[in-house]
Design a protein around this ligand. Sequence first.
Ligand code: 13P
Ligand code: SF4
Length: 304
Amino acid sequence: EDKIRYLSEEIKRLKKERRAVILSHVYQRPEVQEIADFVGDSLGLSQQAAKTDAEVIVFCGVHFMAESAAILSPDKIVLLPEIKAGCPMADMVTVEALRERKKEIPGATVVCYVNTSAAVKAESDVCCTSANAVKIVSSLPEDRPVLFIPDENLGQYVARQTGRKIHLWEGYCNTHDKLFAEDVLAAREAHPNALVLVHPECRPEVIDLADAVASTTGMIRFARESDAREFIVCTEAGILHQFRKQCPDKEFYLASDKLICPNMKATTLEKVHRALVTLEPRVTVPPEIRERALRSLERMLAVT
Ligand code: 13P
Ligand code: SF4
């Protein structure tokens, strides 16, 4: 407790000294979310990274998020306190594999989930997040095939919502993949009055049980605006901190205790503190990749 308080104070002091902004994903540890200037979903975090006038961005999230910040704000120092925090789903698509697949679907518009490397974004036409995927795909010309990478569950959900035929990739989030329909059914039996909130990275059988399918920020907005008092949460555990903070009079139950992303938990207050002291580890993107990846991100931000 004392250590958390001491580190949090030090981080706040250093942050001013360094002219830094701290961005945190909702899956981060509660004490990390508490020292952030902005806590949000992947879309909100990209928007913040694009518009901040800070000199240093401390990204409490995973590697692709820090890379997106470096693409959108190339003049800023972007720090990722735990440099090994990656996203296994992002690693499920490589530039080489994508080039091969593009040859098989001539003329395809490649929509890449933001959970991809900068190099893969550079090989794609437009980015999306779970918050805007349906909107992005709907905005695309109907006479060209769509290839959606790498999240198969999100791609399938978007295909259903838009009525478009979408070529899918065999990628998935191995945190959301641990949740099964039987877990949700058991939670619903224990809490019959609760609404089921599902992230679209979940398996289709779980999405089918949802009262609302949304990005993390979308789920929080839904819970805030809903008349319901209880919710079963089908996404990573870190979000409970924001739910309880933003809806203190409502109850939230995690659908399974397996919903923990180790990469999102790898960032600690100690590491954030060290990053602000040393201004390391930094995430940079080579200019030739950056320019092309920026086009994909800017096309997304223009539609959103
Ligand atoms: P959102 O916060 O955009 O919903 O993304 C979830 C996720 O898995 C990020 O890694
Ligand atoms: Fe990647 Fe899933 Fe972790 Fe998000 S929750 S960083 S998609 S593994």
